[in-house]
Design a protein around this ligand. Structure first.
Ligand SMILES: Cc1cc2nc3c(=O)[nH]c(=O)nc-3n(C[C@H](O)[C@H](O)[C@H](O)COP(=O)(O)OP(=O)(O)OC[C@H]3O[C@@H](n4cnc5c(N)ncnc54)[C@H](O)[C@@H]3O)c2cc1C
Length: 293
């Protein structure tokens, strides 16, 4: 039996400011913001939204989102630690809930002497967010370790995706389902101390090149094939370019950093300026890596 949406009012925050939940700290409100506390409640809520034909979006930890100033209509459901945050190690496989923080999964696997995920150190956000966007960097992407993903489809059904149903490309995946519930990653055994050293080295390198003390959403643009978006922006002389309280980081030109009072319109206008300058100078159309709601 499908529940009515009214039965979820105790986990509903109407007209919730999403700015407080996103890493850029800006943007409008969600008409209905739900914070489920367990898997069963999450599934019943999704099914109630589907039955009521209310549009649904899933929110992880907001580290890759630019929320428009006008906000978001319909339901936004938060899947983030402590919801679905279990991490289990079984042989060379690690299974993590979609709400687990990627950083926790990285450290658990390194502690267990399993190699692969140490390459993803320093990437904020949840496992669910990492899977849909195939999060990664210079040394690896999460998709290469994925063996199985458990999802909720847009009809509210729980399904396991494996094999050909799972494809990953640069910052994208074949998963277009509504929600990632859990992921099983296949890793390789290695020495835990060696992995810790490697992880620390990658982290130090990352910290020295990225503006991690500032408010940002990571890289704004995807790297065009064979090129670095940051280098193209830098070669246009745009480091430190600002619109309102949003500016191009002087540390890494593919990061937009925001200060108090920044609006989504500031960021969008800055993005447009960068795109125009790079297209004019290099004939390259930059595509967004962040997701705009
Ligand atoms: C300082 C900084 C550094 C970063 N460095 C990197 C980096 O090196 N490499 C990299 O790839 N990214 C990087 N990012 C971007 C970001 O961390 C990743 O994209 C991250 O995986 C997003 O996870 P999230 O939980 O915050 O997702 P959110 O921002 O909340 O959501 C992003 C998208 O994922 C979807 N989503 C989230 N959870 C689920 C779920 N359970 N089921 C289905 N869909 C879901 C949302 O609907 C949305 O479309 C960085 C960001 C910051 C702020």
């Amino acid at each position: 039996m499908t529940n009515s949406l009214d039965e979820f009012n105790d986990i509903l925050s109407p007209d919730e400011s999403l700015a407080q939940h996103t890493w850029l700290k800006l943007g409008g409100n969600a008409e209905r913001f739900y914070t489920p506390t367990c898997r069963d409640q999450l599934l019943s809520l999704i099914r109630a939204c589907v039955a009521a034909e209310v549009p649904v979006r899933v929110f992880g930890s907001g580290s890759n989102l630019l929320i428009r100033d006008g906000g978001v209509s319909g339901s936004v459901i938060r899947i983030s630690d402590p919801l679905l945050s279990e991490i289990k190690v079984d042989g060379n496989a690690v299974t993590a809930g979609g709400g687990a923080l990627l950083s926790h999964v990285v450290s658990e696997s390194v502690r267990a002497g399993l190699a692969g995920l140490e390459n993803l150190v320093g990437i904020p956000g949840t496992v669910g967010g990492a899977i849909v966007g195939n999060a990664g960097g210079r040394h690896a992407d999460i998709g290469e370790f994925v063996r199985k993903v458990e999802v909720v489809t847009r009809d509210g059904e729980v399904v396991e995706r494996t094999g050909d149903e799972l494809t990953f490309a640069y910052r994208s995946s074949s998963i277009t389902d509504l929600a990632v519930l859990s992921v099983t990653l296949q890793l390789r055994p290695d020495d835990s101390d060696d992995l810790t050293v490697r992880m620390k080295k990658i982290w130090i390198m990352k910290r020295s090149t990225q503006p991690l003390a500032d408010q940002s959403a990571g890289c704004i643009f995807r790297n065009p094939r064979g090129l670095s978006a940051g280098a193209l922006i830098e070669q246009c002389g745009l480091k430190d370019l600002a619109v309102g309280e949003a500016r191009i980081s002087d540390r890494h030109a593919n990061f937009v950093v925001t200060g108090p009072g920044a609006t989504s319109a500031d960021v969008e206008s800055l993005i447009d300026k960068v795109r125009i300058a790079v297209a004019e100078k290099f004939g390259v159309e930059l595509e967004l890596e962040i997701r705009k709601w």
